[in-house]
Ligand binder design. Sequence first.
Ligand code: SF4
Length: 408
Amino acid sequence: MTVTQTIGNSHQPGNEAAGFAGLAARVAAGHRITAAEALAILDTPDAQTLELVAAAGTLRRAHFANTVKVNYLVNLKSGLCPEDCTYCSQRLGSKAEILKYTWLKPDEAVHQAGLGIAGGASRVCMVASGKGPSNRDVDRVATMIEQIKEEHPQVEVCACLGILKEGQAQRLRQAGTDAYNHNLNTAESLYPEICSTHTYQERVDTVGAAKDAGLSPCSGLIVGMGESPEQVVEAVFALRELDADSIPVNFLMPFDGTPLAGTWHLTPMACLRILALVRMACPATELRMAGGREMHLRSLQSTALAVANSLFLGDYLTSEGQDARRDLEMISDAGYVVLGQEDIDPAELAARLRHRSDAAPAPVEAPACGTGCGSGCGSAAQGCGPMGGSGEPVLRRRGAGTPESPNA
Ligand code: SF4
C-alpha cells in the first residue's frame, strides 16, 4: 500500500478529508491513528515529507502555539552502571571513554541545575546511571530537589534514576519533584535484544508507579537501533497507551566502545517522519527532540521544531550537544519562543542573545580534523562538533563532574 492508498489524496476535488492535512484534521477531532496509517507515515517518500511535517505541525501549533520548552540535563552520577543496555555509553563493559564519577555533591548538583535555568530551561532533569536507586540515593536526590525548588520555585524538576522500588516515587514527590522520566526506549518485541539485565515490563511498571505517586510521567524512545518500521509503530503506540505527559525521542548516538558502535540507520528525513508519527499519535503530548538530534537531523533541526515542541539545551549525559547559544538562536530564528519567555519583548530577547554571544569566550581555532570537511565533522575538535556529519559522538568534558563551565 502506498501513502496515497492508505491516507488518500487531498488534492483530488471532494477528497479534502484525505492526505496528511485531512489525517491531522481527523486527529484533531479525536481520531486515533491506526497501525496502517502509522506505517504509511513512516513510508512517506522524502519528496512528501515536508507536507507531512506541515500537517503534523498544525497539531503542534494547536496545543503549544509557537513555544519551545527548554529542558536541561544534570548528570548526577556518570558511568559505572551494572546494566547492559546496548545503546548506552555508561553500560557494563562500555569502552567508551566517558566521564565516570559517583554522586555529585548536593551543592554542585544544585549549582549545575541553576546554570541550565539561567540558560532558559524551565525544566531540569536530574539523572543518575544505574538500574535503580537505593532509598539512600533517593534521599540524596530529594535533598537536591528540595534545594532547587526553594531557589527556583517556578522551575519544574524531573528525576530520572532508573527502576523505582516501593515508596520511592512518593518520597520524590514529597520533596517537590514534578516529573519522573523512564523511557520505554523501544518496542517490547525488540527489548530482549537491547537489554538482558532488566525487562520491558519493569520499565512500564516504573512509569506507572511514578504516575500513581502524582509525578508527571515522561517516557520516550531511542530510534535508529535497527528496529523495523513495525517496531517503531509498536513502541509509539505503547507510549500512547502509557499516556505519558512528555515523550523524548532520542536518535541513537553510536558510541565507540558499545555494541551499537557504527550503527547508522537514520536520515534527517526519516527522523522527521518519526517525529511526525509521534505527533500524529499523541497530538497533545510534549514531544522533545532529544539526544542525537544534532548528528541525525543535522540542518533539519529547526524544521523538526514544526512538530516537536521541546528540546534539551546544550550537552547530554556523556556527550556534547550543539552550543547552547545556537540552540536558542535556532529557536528564535525559526519564529518560536522559549516557554516562559512569551511575554518578553522580542527586541529584548534578541539583545539577550547578542549579549550571550558577546560574553562567550572566543572560539578556539579548530585543529585540523583530518577530513578537510571544514564544517563540523563530528571530531572532538572545537568547532567540529556533533552538529555536522555522521562522526562519533563528541564525549562531554565540561559541566557536571568537571571543573569546566557547562554548555548552558
Ligand atoms: S541506560 Fe541506564 S540502566 Fe541502561 S546501561 Fe545506561 S545507565 Fe545503565
